[in-house]
Design a protein around this ligand. Structure first.
Ligand SMILES: Cc1ncc(COP(=O)(O)O)c(C=O)c1O
Length: 477
């Protein structure tokens, strides 16, 4: 095979150095249409104040028009105040304070809503505590060591080195019995669940069961996939799985280690009962182990998957242990679901970015993940203790439940407090809070007046003030 040497093209610096700019220029009235297109792009904010324009030569080349035409148009727009031209700085969009402020206000309206002053909503870890320095060194190691082929589409199940690392970690920390070829890396629990739903639909499954209190995004995902759903009431022992026997469903979604949001643990008898149901019917149990690492008082509750790795799909996520913005989660699959899930993944080629995956690989292997979880566990435990102490002291009639694990607690409101009144008062004080009804997946079921307090959410400096406002609100202030 003849060997051809790669010869780099010699580029004209003036033509490749400037920014690209899309402008719709019509012929034959090139000058007028260019002027108009530029004026409109500045007026509607597509070209932001201060933005640098290409040199007249580069733009002329891109648009295939005479350079003088572009120079004339730039001159005209400078004269009108749309653009500025300074020697050395090139031509830029004029930065008039009025226009800049108007655009910033419009962006604020459409892109951001102001964060609440105090935030005790459930579901979020302390984002200010994200281990930036250790994550950065893992990211650097990932980038430096990655070979070029890593940048291709790759295996949709995820990077093999991450699947190896996760199989080891999940076995060690959560008692999950799995192997790298049964692990699939996903972009969040919802992604995992929607893949499973599509596989179930393909197998002509008709219905799934979900807990009567839970994160509604998951049952909504099942419905969007075309599955019916039934709900299992939740009590002090977790979901009432005995109802599955007559339910005629193909799968059940549970949060066995720490029911979301009541915080109950699925009792040992029910753990065995749900596995028996799955074995007898060929159904699957989907175990959402969203905060399994954060257990404080009792011995850790291991993964349900350990009871039968061929009937339980284990789903874990980095959304609580690290940050939801990473969009990193994983499944440990029963052997017979590996092929169909991979096929479903291939249909969408919807996978987590490779550098996030490789960074997590290094983070796990270097012990950073374990260290971060241990540090966070201690910090959340202290917060939980402060929450329990404050509520018991100031509102002794309120019952606090579900506090042995995780980063949220259930506060059952004593009469005459109602969920609605507490949420209204909280909103008046700038405190974002969730009522238990937010998590009711079956509106027909009764819901005792309660609030769900997410004590992980605030940054350290904001936790004390948030807690004071909560206590005030519960005391009716
Ligand atoms: C019950 C439950 N499971 C899982 C998750 C995490 O979902 P994801 O991995 O898509 O961020 C959440 C997030 O709030 C949750 O409440």
């Amino acid at each position: 095979v003849p060997h051809t040497r790669y010869v780099p093209a010699v580029y004209d610096r003036a033509l490749v150095a400037g920014p690209d700019l899309h402008l719709d220029v019509r012929r034959p009235r090139v000058r007028a249409s260019l002027e108009d297109a530029l004026r409109r792009a500045v007026a509607d904010g597509r070209l932001r104040p201060g933005a640098r324009l290409p040199s007249s030569r580069a733009l002329a080349e891109d648009l295939r028009v005479a350079r003088n035409t572009v120079a004339d148009v730039y001159g005209q727009l400078v004269a009108e105040g749309w653009l500025t031209a300074h020697r050395g700085a090139g031509t830029r969009v004029a930065d008039t304070p009025g226009a800049t402020a108007a655009l910033a206000a419009r962006d604020d309206e459409t892109l951001t809503s102001p964060p609440p002053r105090f935030d005790l909503r459930a579901g979020m870890p302390n984002l200010a505590g994200f281990p930036r320095r250790e994550w950065l060194s893992a990211a650097r190691a990932a980038l430096v060591n990655a070979s070029p082929d890593v940048l291709g589409y790759g295996d949709p199940s995820g990077r093999p080195e991450l699947r190896r690392g996760l199989a080891e970690y999940l076995g060690r920390v959560r008692g999950v019995r799995t192997a790298p070829d049964r692990i699939v890396v996903c972009s969040g629990t919802i992604h995992a669940f929607s893949l499973l739903c599509s596989v179930l639909v393909e197998r002509e499954a008709a219905a799934v069961a979900v807990e009567s209190l839970g994160w509604k995004a998951l049952p909504n995902t099942a419905e969007a996939a075309g599955l019916k759903r039934m709900t299992l009431p939740v009590d002090d022992e977790g979901a009432q799985v005995d109802r599955l026997r007559s339910a005629g469903v193909d799968a059940v979604l549970l949060t066995p280690a720490h029911q979301f949001p009541t915080g109950r643990v699925l009792s040992p008898a029910r753990r065995h009962a749900v596995i028996e149901w799955a074995r007898a019917t060929g159904g699957y149990v989907v175990e959402d182990d969203y905060d399994g690492e954060f257990r404080y008082d009792r011995r850790p509750v291991g993964a349900l998957q350990d009871l039968d790795p061929d009937r339980v799909v284990y789903v874990g996520t980095a959304s609580k242990s690290l940050a939801p913005g990473l969009r990193l989660a994983w499944m440990a699959l029963p052997a017979d679901l590996v092929r169909p899930v991979r096929a479903a993944l291939r249909r969408g080629i919807w996978q987590t970015g490779v550098f996030e995956q490789l960074t997590l690989t290094h983070f796990l292997a270097g012990g950073g993940y374990d260290r971060h979880v241990r540090r966070s566990r201690l910090a959340y435990r202290r917060r939980r203790d402060r929450l329990v102490a404050a509520v018991s002291r100031h509102v002794p009639q309120a019952r606090i439940a579900g506090i042995a694990a995780g980063m949220h607690a259930l506060v059952e409101l004593p009469p005459p407090l109602t969920e609605q009144a507490v949420l209204r008062r909280a909103a008046e004080r700038g405190l974002a809070l969730d009522g238990l009804t937010t998590f009711l997946t079956d509106p027909a079921l009764p819901c005792p007046p309660s609030i769900v307090v997410g004590f992980g959410t605030p940054a350290d400096h904001a936790f004390g003030p948030s807690l004071r406002v909560l206590v005030d609100v519960l005391r009716g202030h």
